[in-house]
Design a protein around this ligand. Structure first.
Ligand code: ADP
Ligand code: MG
Length: 393
C-alpha cells in the first residue's frame, strides 16, 4: 500500500477538521450523510463540500450515494488522522519506507527529530483473514454494520498494552512508544524475521530460548497464538525479539491448550525442517533434563504453573479493558459460536437506530483521541464537541 505522506503537507486545518468530522460520524454511520458531516465540522467559513471533494481526490474518503449522499473514511484517511496526531504529539517527524506487510497490518519506518528510526504499525483488521477461521469471519464481514475502524483501533490498543506489560515483565519485545487509533509506534527491531534466516550459529540455543519464551509466557498467564518464524525477529548475535500481539489470549481461554500446543508445534516444525534439529537430543544437551516435556521434548501445557490474570493491572493501565478483549476475541474467532446475535455489541457501532442520526453520547472519548486538533488549540475541539452535542437536539 502506498502511503504518500507528502499529501499531509497539502492538507489544511479545514481538511483535517472535515476528516475528523467523518470519523466522528462513523461512530453511528457506516456512510456518514454529507449534511451531517457539514453539521459536525462547522467550518468557520463554510465550504465543507469543497473540502470533501479535495479529500476524495487524495483518496482519504470514499463517496457513496447508493442509499443517500455520504462519505466514509478509507484506511488512508484513518492513517492520516493517526499520523497527524502522532506528528502533533512529537512522536515522530516523518514517515519512511515500508518495512513489512503483515497479515493485517502495514509497517513503516518513522523518524524522530533526532534521527532515531522507529517502527509504526498500522492495523488493518478486516483486510484478510486473521487466522484460518475465514468462513465465520465472512459472516461478520457481510454484516453491513461491521466496523473495521473500531476493530483496528482495538487491535492497536491491545498490541500496545501487551507490549508494554510484556516489556515490564522482562520479555524481549519492542519498546512500546505510543498508540493512536489503529497505529502503534514502537522501537525498530534490528535483525530479521526468523523465516528469512537460513543458517544459525547455535540453532539449539535459539530453539531453546524460543521454546522457553512460550513456556514463560504461559507461566505468566498468556499464549501468543501466532508464535512462529514470522513473528520472531533475530539479530546478528542471535538475540530474539518477539512481535505481533493482537491475538494473544489468556491461559484461561477455553482453547488455551490447543493454542499453546499449536505455538509449540510451529516452532518445532520450523526448526526440524530448517535446521534439521532432532529435539530430544537438543533438550538433553542443553539442560540435561526433560522436566515438563513429553517424549518428543515438547513442553506440556498442563504441567506449567500458571498465574492467570497477572497482566490485568498493566493492561488496564494502558486502557485495555476486559470488554475490549471480549470484542476483539469475538472478531478473531469469527463471532461467538453460540452467541451470534450479541456479537454486534461493540462491533456494531449503531446500537440504537433512533440515535443513528446524531453523533451522540460520549463522543468526548473520540475527541480525546482526536489530538489532531491539539495544534489548533482546545477551543476548536470543544467547538466540535458542542456541535456534536447540538446534533442531539
Ligand atoms: P502482522 O500482525 O500483520 O503479522 P507484524 O507485527 O508481525 O504484523 O509485522 C509484520 C512484519 O513487519 C514483521 O514480520 C517484521 O518483518 C516487520 N516488523 C514488525 N514490527 C517490527 C519492528 N518493531 N521492527 C522491525 N520490523 C518489524
Ligand atoms: Mg505477524
Amino acid at each position: 500500500m502506498k502511503l504518500d505522506v507528502d499529501v499531509l503537507r497539502y492538507l489544511s486545518k479545514d481538511d483535517f477538521r472535515v476528516l475528523t468530522a467523518v470519523e466522528l460520524g462513523m461512530r453511528n454511520h457506516e456512510i456518514v450523510p454529507t449534511e451531517l458531516i457539514d453539521r459536525i465540522a462547522r467550518l468557520k467559513h463554510g465550504g465543507t463540500y469543497k473540502v470533501l471533494k479535495n479529500l476524495l481526490k487524495y483518496k482519504l474518503l470514499h463517496h457513496d450515494s447508493s442509499k443517500y449522499d455520504g462519505f466514509r473514511l478509507t484506511y488512508l484517511g484513518y492513517d492520516f488522522l493517526a499520523i497527524k496526531t502522532m506528528v502533533n504529539k512529537g512522536v515522530f517527524v516523518g514517515v519512511g519506507r515500508q518495512i513489512g506487510v503483515g497479515k493485517e497490518s502495514d509497517i513503516f519506518e518513522v523518524v524522530q527529530e533526532d534521527g532515531t528510526v522507529l517502527a509504526m504499525k498500522l492495523h488493518r483488521l478486516g483486510r484478510v483473514s486473521f487466522r484460518a477461521v475465514k468462513s465465520k469471519r465472512d459472516y461478520l464481514r457481510h454484516r453491513n454494520s461491521y466496523n473495521w475502524l473500531y476493530l483496528s483501533r482495538l487491535a492497536a490498543l491491545k498490541e500496545f498494552a501487551f507490549m508494554k506489560a510484556l516489556e515490564t515483565h522482562g520479555f524481549p519485545v519492542p519498546n512500546a512508544i505510543e498508540h493512536n487509533r489503529h497505529c502503534v509506534v514502537m522501537s525498530l527491531v534490528q535483525g530479521y524475521p526468523l523465516v528469512q534466516v537460513k543458517q544459525l550459529l547455535n540453532p539449539e540455543t535459539v530453539f531453546e530460548t524460543i521454546i522457553g519464551l512460550v513456556v514463560r509466557l504461559a507461566e505468566h498467564g498468556l499464549i501468543h497464538c501466532d508464535f512462529n518464524e514470522f513473528n520472531i525477529m533475530i539479530d546478528d548475535d542471535e538475540k530474539i525479539t518477539m512481535i505481533d500481539f493482537p491475538q494473544m489470549v489468556s491461559v484461561s481461554h477455553r482453547n488455551a491448550q490447543m493454542y499453546f500446543d499449536r505455538d509449540v508445534e510451529c516452532i518445532f516444525k520450523f526448526f526440524r525442517k530448517r535446521f534439521n534439529l532432532s529435539f530430544q537430543e537438543s533438550i538433553d544437551d542443553i539442560d540435561g533434563s526433560d522436566d515438563g516435556r513429553d517424549e518428543a521434548g515438547k513442553p506440556c501445557f498442563s504441567t506449567i504453573e500458571r498465574s492467570a490474570g497477572f497482566l490485568d493491572r498493566e493492561l488496564a493501565a494502558s486502557g485495555f479493558t476486559r470488554k475490549d478483549e471480549e470484542d476483539i476475541q469475538r472478531f478473531i474467532e469469527g463471532g461467538a459460536e453460540s452467541d451470534t446475535n450479541s456479537d454486534s455489541e461493540g462491533v456494531d457501532i449503531v446500537e440504537d437506530p433512533n440515535e443513528a442520526d446524531t453523533v451522540h453520547g460520549d463522543s468526548s472519548h473520540l475527541l480525546e483521541q482526536n489530538e489532531g486538533y491539539e495544534s489548533q488549540g482546545k477551543e476548536e475541539s470543544s467547538e466540535v464537541r458542542e456541535s456534536s452535542e447540538s446534533g442531539k437536539e
